[in-house]
Design a protein around this ligand. Structure first.
Ligand code: GUN
Ligand code: FE
Length: 436
């Protein structure tokens, strides 16, 4: 048994989406699980003499440091790493054809996959992402490589083998049979890795790359194996028109996925910029979450997603970078994009309440955990959950945040959210194990 204790300030949100700031707590962790949290313990030496003898790690945070839950990037593309920052002069469908698909086709080369995925997982961990929900690759071998990397480097992850059976001239597609056989094979390969932190997720790319038969078969696999599902929905106006043309007998984009049986309480759909009221009603009914991807939505000029409307309609909302729709895997950056988009809506609409830094912090942590239905394990630091946490240091080496005056803990937290970067994230823990 590995026993740890962490002393210091703690900042997180609760189920009511409130920001909870504690100046001094002791978090006790046994084999990665939080077993006890004591508040207002100032005299560590005296109070924990006994603990000192039985703990393998005792971490006392220094002045300017605080603990917080790790970031949960609920939608990102591992294969698109080499394209960060490329092609934002285009809109979604052109960008996919010109930049994204040609790059993704290269992952039939497993050596290339190895090199890229090693960097992606290291990079996302460095940015403070303790859980990542990845679109991996069309190719099952490449997907297995990503799963092994996350297991090796200690990141909690959902890995999706991308499914695309609509024929394409460039051959970046697969038959229905290959799609299903490879998906089942990939799920087996994750079972063989046998790491409880790494899970498969069924991943029909979007309604323009899969036919109804394939989507139904994938839904069946998800149901039989009780696993998660992810896709894209209602991201761009031209895309929505094309989906309506491809499925003329169905009333909406969301209705296509619903007809396939893909919408469950373990399904997450990225973007959801233009969802109609009838679609929100379906998502609420099914318990399906929307993952907000504001950087990608603005880079590709897809649109401004109204998160307040989604929340008011009872939809769970998580946060995702959607890299390389976003130019970085940074969840800190993504939180700022949420605020920028929300502020734009405030400036252009009547009676719009903009989101606050507390709201975006919730989205990046417990909000994403709830969207992925893993909030029994992660999202905040509570007894019974696992210790997925960051230690933030306002005085870290190379930090851009100078201390010309005294700041309260809440002020420092605000400064981190708006102006900090990964250099302020000095330690990253996943299930108690230090991964940065
Ligand atoms: N829709 C289908 N595929 C993709 C993708 O790779 N990125 C984004 N942003 N949207 C998509
Ligand atoms: Fe995406």
């Amino acid at each position: 048994m590995i026993r740890q204790v962490f002393f210091g300030p703690l900042i997180q949100t609760n189920d009511k989406e409130e920001l909870i700031i504690k100046e001094s707590v002791a978090v006790f962790v046994d084999n990665g699980k939080i077993t006890r949290i004591l508040e207002n313990s100032k005299d560590y030496e005296k109070d924990f003499q006994f603990e000192r003898k039985i703990r393998d790690e005792i971490k006392v945070l220094s002045h300017g440091q605080f603990m917080m839950p790790g970031f949960i990037d609920a939608h990102t593309h591992a294969v698109q790493f080499p394209n960060l920052g490329l092609g934002y002069n285009k809109c979604l469908l052109d960008w996919l054809e010109t930049y994204t698909f040609p790059l993704e086709k290269k992952y039939s080369d497993t050596e290339f996959a190895e090199r890229v995925f090693e960097t992606v997982v290291k990079r996302t961990i460095k940015m403070g992402t303790t859980t990542a929900c990845y679109f991996a690759s069309l190719y099952a071998d490449a997907c297995a490589i990503l799963a092994k990397k996350t297991a090796k480097l200690g990141q909690r992850a959902f890995i999706g083998k991308v499914n695309m059976n609509i024929p394409r001239d460039d051959g970046y597609c697969e038959s229905t049979l290959t799609s299903i056989v490879d998906t089942i094979g990939f799920i087996k390969s994750i079972e063989i890795i046998g790491n409880p932190l790494v899970k498969p997720i069924i991943t029909p790319r979007f309604a323009l790359s899969c036919d109804m038969e394939l989507m139904q078969k994938l839904a069946e696999i998800a149901k039989t194996k009780d696993i998660h599902i992810q896709s894209h929905v209602s991201e761009n106006k031209d895309e929505i028109i094309a989906v309506k043309q491809a499925f003329p007998h169905l009333p909406s984009y969301t209705a296509v996925y619903d007809a396939a049986g893909l919408l469950t309480n373990k399904t997450i759909l990225a973007h959801g910029v233009y969802l109609e009221d009838s679609e929100l009603a379906i998502l609420k009914e099914r318990g399906t979450a929307v993952i907000h991807c504001p950087s990608s939505n603005t880079n590709l000029k897809s649109g401004l997603c109204d998160v307040q409307r989604l929340k008011a309609n009872g939809i769970k909302v998580g946060l995702g970078t959607d890299a390389s729709g976003a130019a970085t895997y940074s969840m800190l950056n993504e939180m700022r994009s949420v605020l920028q988009v929300s502020n734009c809506l405030f400036l252009t609409r009547d009676n719009y309440t903009p989101l606050s830094y507390k709201d975006v912090f919730h989205m990046a942590t417990l909000g994403s955990a709830k969207a992925l239905a893993i909030d029994d394990k992660v999202g905040n630091l509570m007894v019974g959950k696992e210790f997925d946490a960051l230690i933030v240091d306002m005085n870290a080496e190379g930090s851009l945040l100078d201390n010309f005056k005294e700041y309260t803990l809440e002020e420092n937290f605000q400064r981190f959210i708006y102006a900090g970067d990964e250099r302020n994230i000095v330690s990253v823990y996943v299930k108690g194990k230090q991964v940065k």
